[in-house]
Write a protein that binds this ligand. Sequence first.
Ligand SMILES: [Zn+2]
Length: 171
Amino acid sequence: MTPMPESEERLVCPGCATEHPATERFCPRCHMPLVYPEALGADDAPASPLQQQARKIKRQYTEGEPVRVAWARNQAEAEFIQSLLLEQGVPSFLRRARGFDVPDFLAAGPRDVLVPESGVATAREVLLESEIVTDQPQASGVDRPLRLLAGVLCAFVVVALLAWVGTLIVN
Ligand SMILES: [Zn+2]
């Protein structure tokens, strides 16, 4: 029975893992009752994934309406994008892409990735750096010929090296 540390005067939403000041009672987005981060896991247990997530989220990225920043082919890809965003402190939400919200696609269908409006700029930077195609039309396609050229050059270098090593072995 250790007393609550006073530095932990924050509450966390069990739905979206967003942090809120202790004066709040409900998550403005999910309308879930907020809990102490400690309540999500036992006192002496290592932090739960949800707690770890909640600690990474930066408060300045939690304001505003959700905005779609990316599109994922499936749940796994969507969760990968979410983890990239979370590393920069941006909380995100998944939504089944429109037209795919039928039972056949519940597990496998494409997902929209949404972030709060205040996190959109950071999210787009993260996604661009990670070369994940976003909704920005100019972000995709432009660098494709360059990447293709780089690939061809790499293949050429590898072939040249192999040929060179080959001549060394023969001699
Ligand atoms: Zn919430």
